[in-house]
Design a protein around this ligand. Structure first.
Ligand SMILES: Nc1ncnc2c1ncn2[C@@H]1O[C@H](COP(=O)(O)OP(=O)(O)OP(=O)(O)O)[C@@H](O)[C@H]1O
Ligand SMILES: [Mg+2]
Length: 361
């Protein structure tokens, strides 16, 4: 039996359809990340699971019991809201200890949680004496110390700088796993979600686009939306011109023909997506197939990788070169871009609509 079940949940605010038939399960002890753009319905979904909002339709089950109408305090689920609602007149220690005491739990929990977020030494400070990131860590400690078996975290790391975000995301997962907690962690940061989730749920406009292990979702995105939300894919419109056994030739306007491994294209007119790390680039033409001549527009050194922007007619390619494969480049250099036939992802053309909406947000 699944531990937590969300079954066909709908929720509207007047004319705004925030959730449109959401169904998924969470296993006991699982760390699930919900990933989606702003307005996708992530907070609404968490609030429904926490009992702070009633769905218009659909049910929430915990260990098989229908908890849809159960008050929040009887669910054993703690919800950490987006933004960190700390009591301003209480110290850091009091903020964390308050919930522990009202639940009759040992105070040691508050100490452990504050140590886990690295703020035990600031226990006598007031929230206004802390930075935004530190306040967020206190809110996190309060949720961790609550004794609830299910933690709903709404953008718990979004106010932190990158280094702290990376440090704390692993701490968070480790802490949850050590305590056997079940966590639903909402974020719009794909890298954060992929790096800590057991499973990833991609939500868009109130509907689930895809749910699965991070590697599976990344490698086999079901839609162009998922592909472009998880990485900076380069996208082209293309037309199928020839089908062979296990590959197809597509024509891309103002670029040329591209051979792609695929046995069953979704349509004659498609969208082709390629990830920057899958594109090859060289100063000479090394492959007879799928090689296009272009001009370097920009070179950004990013440490472990270099992001190169190459212009070929009206098309812009982003190419990520790893440190070891760096090529001496400057703006205006002529280069050859190669697309390995097994790398592109193919989606139906109507996926493009969703992408436009994503970009125009
Ligand atoms: N109380 C409300 N009244 C009216 N509309 C609301 C209310 N709360 C949310 N909405 C709308 O419902 C949709 C989903 O909102 P929600 O807050 O769940 O999205 P989200 O994925 O959490 O977004 P964000 O990443 O910006 O936090 C949005 O269009 C939002 O404007
Ligand atoms: Mg939200």
């Amino acid at each position: 039996m699944p531990y937590l079940e969300v079954d066909n949940v709908f929720k509207s605010y007047g004319p705004i359809k925030a959730l449109r038939g959401v169904t998924f399960n969470v296993n006991k002890g699982e760390y699930l990340c919900i990933l989606g753009p702003t307005g996708a319905g992530k907070t609404t979904l968490l609030k429904i699971i926490a009992g702070l909002l009633k769905p218009d339709k659909g049910k929430v089950y915990l260990e098989g019991e229908d908890i849809t109408n159960l008050p929040p305090e009887e669910r054993g689920i703690v919800y950490m809201p987006q933004g960190y609602a700390l009591f301003p007149h209480l110290t850091v220690w009091e903020n964390v200890a308050y919930g522990v005491l009202t639940r009759g739990l040992p105070l040691k929990r508050a100490e452990k949680a504050l140590k886990a977020v690295g703020l035990f030494h600031r226990r006598n400070s007031y929230p206004h004496e802390l930075s935004g990131g530190q306040q967020q860590r206190v809110a996190l400690a309060r949720a961790l110390a609550s004794g609830s078996k299910i933690l709903l975290l709404d953008e718990p790391l979004s106010a932190l700088d990158l280094l702290l975000n990376i440090q704390l995301r692993y701490e968070l997962r480790k802490y949850a796993k050590n305590l056997g907690l079940t966590v639903i962690h909402v974020t719009h940061n794909a890298e954060e979600a992929m790096s800590i989730a057991d499973r990833l749920l991609v939500l868009n406009k109130g509907k689930i686009e895809q749910i699965g292990k991070p590697e599976d979702v990344y490698l086999h995105p079901k839609s162009a939306f998922v592909a472009s939300f998880l990485s900076d894919v380069v996208m082209f419109r293309a037309i199928l011109i020839k089908r062979m056994n296990d590959s197809c030739i597509f024509k891309i306007n103002n670029l040329g023909n591209m051979l792609i491994k695929c046995s069953n294209p979704p349509d004659k007119r498609v969208l082709i997506a390629i990830r920057p790390e899958d594109i090859k680039m060289d100063l000479t033409k090394k492959h007879p197939l799928n090689t296009f001549k272009g001009i370097v527009e920009n070179v950004e050194f990013e440490g472990i990788k270099t992001r190169v922007t190459v212009r070929i007619n009206e098309h812009t390619f982003f190419i990520d070169l790893m440190f070891v494969e760096r090529v001496p480049l400057r703006r205006g250099s002529q280069v050859f871009v190669h697309i390995p036939p097994d790398k592109p992802l193919i989606f139906p053309l109507h996926d493009e609509m969703k992408l436009k909406e994503l970009i125009s947000r």
